[in-house]
Write a protein that binds this ligand. Structure first.
Ligand SMILES: [Zn+2]
Ligand SMILES: [Zn+2]
Length: 167
């Protein structure tokens, strides 16, 4: 990527975090291999990866995601491997950069294309063998039963099959 815009942000935060030249120590890439998260950081390699769907995201969102990942790398540079990933050290850096240190974005904060691109591709379709009710869930739990059938005194067993949703 190496866009001047992101370089400038890193330069700015490096100054705030006591890490001058941070922009030259980190590498930013849009990685098609990222699926469900918006970004990730390999602190030991100084590498920040961003979901390609963020390429056209509003500046505020992109800035926050880049800052989130850069702060992971900065914690590593400042404190080594001891701190927890989103612990106090990381939170302090986010605040210093002017962000509320949130770990997840509420869906309402994400543009439709980003939501769509990071949505889980696989889901489990559950069908009640008693009444035929069906719903999908991101995971499967063999203990789940059909509420309606259980309340009517039936076993409410479910048949679960893995489905893939189109992107
Ligand atoms: Zn994180
Ligand atoms: Zn049922």
């Amino acid at each position: 990527m190496d866009e001047p815009r992101q370089r400038r942000w890193l330069e700015e935060w490096g100054g705030l975090w006591g890490l001058p030249g941070l922009d030259r120590r980190l590498r930013l890439v849009f990685s098609p291999r990222i699926r469900r998260s918006l970004g990730l950081c390999r602190p030991e390699r100084g590498e920040l990866r961003l979901h390609p769907a963020l390429r056209d995201a509003p500046t505020g969102l992109l800035r926050e995601v880049v800052c989130h990942e850069a702060a992971h790398a900065a914690v590593h540079l400042l404190h080594g491997r001891k701190p927890r990933p989103h612990g106090r050290e990381w939170q302090d850096l986010m605040r210093a950069a002017g962000f509320e240190p949130r770990v997840r974005f509420p869906p309402s904060a994400l543009p439709e294309e980003v939501l769509e691109a990071t949505r889980p591709r696989h889901a489990w379709l559950h069908v009640c063998s008693g009444c035929g009710a069906r719903w999908t869930a991101g995971r499967r739990d063999r203990r789940w039963r059909c509420q309606r059938c259980v309340e009517a005194g039936r076993p409410g067993r479910l048949r679960a099959t893995r489905v893939t949703s189109p992107r």
